[in-house]
Design a protein around this ligand. Structure first.
Ligand SMILES: Cc1cc2nc3c(=O)[nH]c(=O)nc-3n(C[C@H](O)[C@H](O)[C@H](O)COP(=O)(O)OP(=O)(O)OC[C@H]3O[C@@H](n4cnc5c(N)ncnc54)[C@H](O)[C@@H]3O)c2cc1C
Length: 624
């Protein structure tokens, strides 16, 4: 066997997780190599050409605040930006962008290629080499060995990937790309427990064959708000999406062809994404609905391809064509790429620590879809954290573990390693207990200090953040200390917006707390000419102060449980009062502290008290 270069860190995969891992590790000064099956697919968006959305947009901002890349690339590739949910509370506002798929790949690859300490190799890794529970390197399909002190596996949907289009099936990592066939067995051989999942994608349609006159356009925000704190301005031309609907004819076609669906015929065994169902699933599960929305999303500035969001399917090609051509605006549509479903292997993520290092092999990290998640943002976040933690370990530093009250990334990783998953996991705002603390607008305040401490965040971005928050605090103090006095003029203004007049001197802060009053009103009374992001932050901080404080107190209480550490080798067997099921769960997850133990499904408050007493006794005996 030929032996090539030794690296500090090897990253397997050039998807959203792999790119963040490799950049983090190389930027922290470690000699890094990224292996990918096809260099031309680095940063490829396997499914919809969009970044962000509910909770996912929050994650993108968090990646940015820690010094990751996804937000910057999304801004360079963005062709439509929309702030979602503005009619609701600020905790669920979220940014979503359409991306030019080609530009996204181009910018991500360019960033990787220009990165010092980073080598890129097109090669299929077949084996992970482990000695005495420590990773030693990898062997590729050309039987070349590459040594490494840490290996991060980010292989997405490629492990034993099997594509289904109707009853046709073939091996592939995604359409047009080789599957990774050997690596699953190597991971299983190491002792990891693998399962099988499924996901799907809709057909892509030729714009020349779409009758846009029958469709409803949907435009983005003007001006577009970028994802990255370092982006000054979005410079790409902006494009609309178009809305259409399925109808009863489409539903009849689907029902008539269910026997040719691999999903319904039982051919597909992997569990699919509950929150991203195929059109056949939607039609069968929501029988009372006579139509489902279809978004036609442009794939880029220089292509005619449109992504038909909402009609992901694994039905055969002829049925796909019938479905598409029965939809308003698509009667003459040409399918450029057919829809398909894909089954793939994943690793049950309770086998990982919060650093994303496997519990059984030191130096082996897993990130992205291989851990059972679905989505670019979830993958990118894990990739970044695995890259950071693998690097910090090699550098002999403390790991970076984000708590559930600090970041959606903390919620994501804690959910995966504590609760596990047996279906594709995607992030929702409802998964976070402290969502008023985890807003997309304050990701900088939550995480930039950490990004700086680790050494990933640019100093000028950090300084801008400090400056921004100084302005926010100054303005909040001004509102606290500035009083307005009752007068006919001010009371007329207040009555005009249906809020009660004032009969005594009142601070601007108190006025802003009223539901009918927004910052624009205050500005009108007492002009300051502040940028919009600062005005928004001031308004949120003032209006939601009480709720924010409450969540901070709850988080603080939970932190005290997190501080009650459980030793790694703690033995649960034999503790009186714990059921066999509880013992099994605790032994499998090996929670690091009482807080984490409390989140394991099936651990009752009664079981938790027993564990707490047993752990306290353990520490007492140990210290005496
Ligand atoms: C058909 C389809 C439909 C999807 N639908 C949705 C959806 O509806 N919603 C959603 O949020 N997400 C969806 N996704 C998922 C989304 O694309 C992924 O979650 C995301 O891309 C995962 O990122 P990743 O970095 O983990 O893996 P990927 O982006 O899949 O990248 C994997 C990388 O690993 C490399 N690789 C694999 N094996 C090896 C090996 N042995 N050696 C070297 N390199 C290797 C590949 O070349 C590739 O670069 C879909 C994906 C597919 C394929």
């Amino acid at each position: 066997m030929f032996q090539e270069t030794e690296y500090d860190i090897i990253v397997i995969g050039g998807g959203h997780a792999g790119c963040e891992s490799a950049l983090a590790s190389a930027r922290l000064g470690l000699k890094t190599c990224l292996f990918t099956i096809n260099i031309d697919s680095i940063g490829h968006m396997s499914c919809n050409p969009a970044i962000g959305g509910l909770a996912k947009g929050h994650i993108v901002r968090e990646i940015d605040a820690l010094g990751g890349e996804m937000a910057k690339v999304a801004d360079k590739a963005g062709i439509q930006f929309r702030m979602l949910n503005l009619s609701k509370g600020p905790a669920v506002w979220a940014l979503r962008s359409q991306a030019d798929r080609g530009l996204y790949k181009l910018h991500m690859r360019k960033t990787l290629e220009q990165q010092a300490n980073l080598t890129i190799k097109q090669s299929i890794v077949e084996k992970i080499i482990v000695e005495a529970n420590q990773v030693k390197g990898v062997i590729n399909n050309l039987n070349v060995f590459y040594g490494a002190r840490a290996v991060i596996v980010t292989t997405g949907t490629f492990l034993k990937g099997l594509i289904h289009i109707g009853l046709e099936r073939f091996s592939a990592g995604r359409a047009g790309e080789f599957a990774s066939l050997g690596l699953s067995d190597s991971l299983a051989g190491i002792g990891l427990n693998l399962g099988r999942l499924k996901t799907g994608t809709p057909p892509r349609i030729d714009a020349k064959s779409i009758d846009f006159s029958q469709l409803e356009p949907q435009y983005g925000d003007d001006p577009p708000v970028p994802f990255s704190y370092s982006t000054e301005k979005i410079t790409n031309p902006q494009l609309p999406c178009f809305i259409t609907y399925t109808n009863s004819s489409v539903h009849v076609i689907i029902r008539a062809n269910l026997d040719r669906s691999p999903l319904y015929g039982g051919v597909i065994k992997g569990i699919g994404p509950r929150y991203c169902p195929s059109i056949e699933d939607k039609v069968m599960k929501f029988q009372d609905k006579d139509r489902h929305q279809v978004f036609l999303e442009p794939e880029g500035l220089d292509t005619k391809e449109y992504y038909a969001n909402g009609i992901s399917t694994s039905l055969p090609y002829d049925v796909q064509l019938k479905i598409v051509r029965s939809i308003t605006g698509l009667h003459s549509a040409e399918i450029m790429r057919p829809a398909y479903a894909i089954e793939y292997d994943f690793v049950f993520p309770t086998q990982l620590n919060h650093t994303l290092e496997t519990k059984i092999v030191k130096g082996l990290y897993l990130a992205g879809q291989i851990n059972g998640t679905s989505g670019y943002e979830e993958a990118g976040a894990q990739g970044l954290m695995a890259g950071i933690n693998a690097s910090l370990k090699i550098l002999g530093k403390e790991p970076l573990i984000l708590m559930r009250d600090e970041a959606y990334i903390g919620v994501l990783i804690d959910d995966l390693v504590t609760k596990g998953t047996n279906e594709p996991y995607r992030m929702f705002t409802s998964r976070a207990e402290y969502r008023l603390l985890l807003r997309h607008d304050n990701a900088d305040d939550r995480l930039m200090k950490k990004g700086m401490q680790i050494g990933l965040l640019d100093r000028d971005v950090f300084e801008k953040y400090i400056d921004r928050y100084e302005k926010v605090h100054k303005e909040m103090m001004r509102l606290k200390n500035t009083r307005v006095f009752p007068s006919a003029e001010i009371n007329e203004k207040l009555i005009l917006i249906n809020t009660s007049p004032i009969d005594e001197a009142t601070t601007l802060e108190k006025l802003l707390k009223r539901p009918e009053i927004d910052y624009d009103f205050i500005e009108n009374l007492s002009p300051q000419n502040l940028p919009k992001d600062i005005k928004d932050l001031v308004q949120i901080n003032v209006k939601y102060e009480g709720y924010i404080k409450k969540q901070q107190e709850l988080a603080h209480k939970m932190r005290s449980l997190e501080q009650k550490k459980i030793p790694n080798d703690f033995i649960y067997q034999g503790i009186p009062g714990l059921s066999r099921e509880v013992v099994e769960k605790l032994t499998q997850v090996r929670p690091q502290n009482i807080g984490q133990a409390s989140r394991i499904p099936g651990i009752t408050p009664a079981a938790l008290s027993i564990i707490l007493v047993a752990v306290e006794r353990y520490w007492r005996e140990k210290s005496s």
